[in-house]
Ligand binder design. Structure first.
Ligand SMILES: [Zn+2]
Length: 125
């Protein structure tokens, strides 16, 4: 019988134990019991629940701040004669560089992308 020498698949994620949650639940219960002597059980439960909720929300928010947004792919489209036109007041904006994004707004309306002379783009912009 052949043996690979590895008992478990290498790519399998480590099994998560419920130990941190159990410790957190015990700590929360202890905090409720300790605070209940001074403030009563209702206020202690509400206070601990608010603490845990704010802690979880805040830690997730801080984690999201660390995630860098990818740079948009910007290309030079100055030869294509593209411009955005405001249908309300007639303002025209010539497009020199573009990324895949939504159209700018003017007069509270999204501007319309039109092409005037110039060669057409090889791919949709
Ligand atoms: Zn306008």
């Amino acid at each position: 019988m052949l043996s690979t020498g590895v008992d478990e698949p290498v790519d399998a994620p480590p099994a998560r134990s419920g130990r941190p949650r159990l410790v957190a639940a015990v700590l929360a219960l202890a905090a409720v019991v300790a605070l209940a002597q001074f403030y009563g059980y209702l206020r202690a439960v509400v206070g601990v629940a608010m603490f845990v909720g704010i802690l979880v929300f805040g830690s997730r928010f801080i984690q999201q701040l660390g995630v860098a947004h990818p740079q948009p792919e910007i290309s030079d489209v100055s030869d294509y004669g593209l411009k955005y036109v405001c249908t309300m007041c007639g303002l025209e904006l010539k497009v020199e560089k573009a990324a895949r994004d939504k159209a700018p707004t003017h007069c509270m309306e999204p501007m319309v992308l039109v092409r005037e002379d110039g060669k057409p783009p090889l791919r949709p912009v």
